[in-house]
Design a protein around this ligand. Structure first.
Ligand code: GZL
Length: 324
């Protein structure tokens, strides 16, 4: 009962706030209500992404019902079903993994509620389960990480480079595509050998565990590069390296992805070698698509933000080199 009251309050408030029009069950105009299923709060990136969506909904005058799934797919599915029951105008969600969504997204389609994916993709044999995707080109991010490694190996005349990878949540889009892009970028170059890949699930605590396990298995002299799918895991690994007296970015090259402030500051301090950007600020673009969709306009199927990379081979005093 409490939840229904909360929803009614959201609908009432947003109706009072104005904003673009949606329809209440009686067909009368009210402010648009967006149901947002966020996958968790596993990293600084995710927390910044949640903030971006919340601020953008407020700026557009939309009501926002947000449910945080705390890394559980089944909670995301439950949240989407509750959004359908409340007849929200648009469902926005960041799928923690790529598969297992067909049934609930078919229910949303049957209820006539469009779905916009933010940050991560789904893999399905069915057409029409989502209307648009707003998020990074993770494959390109992986390629940027590999291209940095090639530049660095050329600059330092490296001949045999043993790479250990710390990967993100299994079956998630960033994990799959950052892995694929990195491998494709270095493929065919005999200098590079990927000696291991272990999952840290995008968590800082697991990044520590991964680095500890890698050092125990290969020793500090057995690893030349650590490539981490996100900064949280890399920062955990950094703590371990420095505790062990290993000089980060010198004894072992460190390449990471996201671009959170703590990682970019570490890069500027010479404790990381490369940080590939992955912006969490997707909220504005998502809410612009919601607005256009509800206004009956065509919207792009895929929208990628502009991204780059910061590294120790370029000028790190450039004011554009900053983290989120
Ligand atoms: C990337 C996002 C990833 C980040 C991690 O867009 O899905 O999830 O790289 C986060 O920090 O956990």
């Amino acid at each position: 009962m409490r939840k229904v009251a909360a929803v009614l309050l959201v609908l009432l408030l947003t109706g009072l706030l104005g904003g673009c029009a949606g329809k209440n069950p009686e067909g009368e105009n009210r402010a648009i209500v967006v149901g947002f299923s966020q996958l968790g709060a596993e990293s600084s990136w995710r927390i910044a992404n949640t903030r971006s969506v919340e601020e953008a909904a407020k700026k557009h005058g939309f009501g926002l019902m947000m449910e945080n799934a705390n890394q559980k797919q089944e909670k995301q599915i439950d949240a989407i079903r509750s959004f359908i029951a409340y007849q929200v105008d648009v469902i926005v969600f960041s799928p923690i993994v790529e598969t297992g969504w067909d049934n609930v997204l078919r229910e949303a389609a049957q209820a006539g509620i469009p779905v916009i994916l933010v940050d991560r993709m789904i893999e399905s044999g069915e057409e029409g389960l989502y209307t648009a995707y707003v998020g990074a080109d993770f494959y390109a991010e992986g390629v940027r990480a590999g291209e940095y490694l090639i530049r660095k190996a050329d600059a330092e005349g490296l001949e045999h480079v043993r790479i250990a990878e710390m990967s993100g949540t299994p079956d998630s889009t960033p994990m799959r595509d950052r892995q694929r892009g990195f491998r494709d970028a270095i493929a065919g170059d005999p200098r590079f050998e990927i000696i291991d890949s272990i999952s840290g699930d995008f968590l800082r605590s697991k990044g520590e565990e991964c680095m500890t396990a890698l050092l125990r298995k290969y020793g500090p002299d057995g690893i030349d590069v650590v490539y981490s799918h996100n900064d949280s895991m890399m920062l955990g690994a950094l703590d371990v390296l420095e505790r062990e007296g290993i000089v980060p970015a010198k004894d072992i090259m460190l390449i990471s992805v996201d671009g959170e402030k703590e990682a970019v500051d570490a890069l500027k301090a010479g404790r990381l070698n490369c940080v590939v950007q992955c912006t969490p600020d997707l909220g504005d673009e998502v809410m612009r698509l919601v607005r256009d969709l509800k206004a009956g306009k065509e919207i792009p199927r895929v929208t990628h933000p502009e991204e780059g990379a910061f590294c120790d081979l370029d000028d790190l005093t450039d004011p554009r080199v900053e983290g989120f």
